[in-house]
Design a binder for this molecule. Structure first.
Ligand code: FEO
Length: 401
């Protein structure tokens, strides 16, 4: 995409990719991915972060156009993950006089990624550093583990702009519209925002709450993340969601059914359960087959909804790989504060409920609401109906609370 003006002396020079199928070579990106970069044209010129190699060509074209013949004086690095740093060596070749503004830990990482000692190119900063490019002066705010340990936010005192690194970012290409008030912030948008947060930053809720506290008294007009849209009209809305997500609090009492199935017997019983819930007035029931769903969507759904049903077949005397992977992932991401119902299936030796219980019991405040219902091969009303009715009663109460 072309450059866009944010303010008179403040230009968007990033780029979007819709070709790569994944982010971090894992998270599917059907809506593409934006890699944002920002240029301040002050007495000195200051670039805030570079971009992933997938968009480096458009980025360098944008940067050259925005500089309009001026030299680049500073590159500020808010963190060193390669989706924002992979173009730095190329940048240094094109703009050999640039000074790299970064913290001490970022410099160590820069040296590791480039295989060179970059200290002679660097200006080290910390929260006590006073840095100015002319009219604009900048405050550095440590934001460790939002998302990598060296992350810092930068606040521009003159423009009242917060450069927020990965925070408030999203999966999704910027299709020309780079501002939050140029798109519809509907559930499709928030799905990608939540999916990004949950999978990329979600593990570090404590640290996110700390940095939200650190910025709470800043007078902020514009928030510029490294992915997704620029927040200038609806920052309060995403801030409200961040406070919930960081505290691992659900957005709603919706019921999400996550299952694995081999020959459709387990999925059939999940449809049976969903129908029973719907008959009792439960709306917006979601069902996901772990084999058909990138785990990032499951993480997002567990972040959104309070009530989760897990239905799992027994497989090789343990858990089916997709179910095991999902559970290990949400445990690693520190998901907590959810109600979980369990159903296990097995033609012989059903034991998946025991293994799921073991994983959930090591997580914080995961409330298992039933003794796992055991299905042998398939749902049989004469044998399973009573347990299902009891489970439906419990889920309906939790949904309506
Ligand atoms: Fe978008 Fe942590 O990098």
């Amino acid at each position: 995409m072309a450059i866009r003006k944010i303010q008179d002396d403040f230009i968007y020079v990033g780029g979007s990719d819709k070709r790569e199928p994944t982010f971090e070579n894992f998270f599917t990106t059907p809506e593409g991915m934006a890699y944002n970069s920002y240029l301040v044209l002050d007495e000195k010129t200051v670039l805030f972060d570079s971009v992933d190699r997938s968009v480096s060509k458009i980025f360098f074209n944008n940067l050259k156009k925005a500089l309009n013949g001026r030299k680049l004086d500073y590159l500020v690095i808010t963190h060193m993950e390669p989706d924002h740093s992979d173009s730095i060596e190329d940048l240094l070749l094109r703009y050999p006089d640039v000074t790299i503004v970064l913290n001490a830990l970022s410099l160590k990482m820069l040296n590791k990624f480039t295989g060179k000692d970059m200290k002679d190119r660097a200006m080290l900063v910390n929260p006590k550093t006073e840095f100015s490019s002319g009219k604009h002066s900048y405050k550095f705010i440590n934001a460790p583990f939002v998302h990598w340990p060296e992350v810092m936010f930068v606040y521009d005192n003159y423009s009242k702009v917060l450069f927020s690194a990965d925070a408030f970012g999203s999966f999704r290409a910027n299709t020309g519209n780079i501002f939050d008030d140029e798109i519809v912030l509907d559930e499709a948008y928030y799905l990608e925002q939540r999916r990004y947060y949950g999978n990329i930053i979600g593990k570090f809720g404590v640290q996110v709450l700390q940095v939200l506290n650190a910025i709470k008294d800043l007078d902020i007009d514009i928030v510029c993340p490294l992915h997704g849209v620029i927040w200038r009209s609806h920052f309060d809305e995403i801030l409200k969601r961040y406070k919930l997500w960081a505290a691992f609090q659900p957005e709603c009492t919706d019921i999400v059914i996550i299952y694995n199935t081999i020959y459709n017997h387990t999925s059939d019983l999940c449809f049976e359960l969903a129908s029973m819930l719907a008959e009792r007035g439960v709306k917006n029931i979601k069902m996901y087959d772990v084999s058909k769903t990138n785990v990032s969507y499951l993480v997002s759904e567990v972040l959104r909804a309070e009530n989760i049903v897990l239905a799992a077949t027994t497989y090789n005397a343990g858990l089916y790989p997709g179910m095991k992977n999902f559970l290990q992932d949400i445990a690693a991401l520190n998901i907590k504060n959810r109600n979980v119902a369990l159903i296990e299936n097995g033609t012989w030796g059903p034991i998946s409920g025991k293994y799921i219980t073991e994983i959930l019991s090591k997580m914080k405040n995961m409330n298992i609401i039933n003794t796992p219902i055991t299905i042998e091969s398939q749902y049989k009303p004469e044998k399973n109906e009573a347990a299902f009715y009891d489970l439906v009663d419990k889920l309906v109460d939790l949904y309506n609370k």
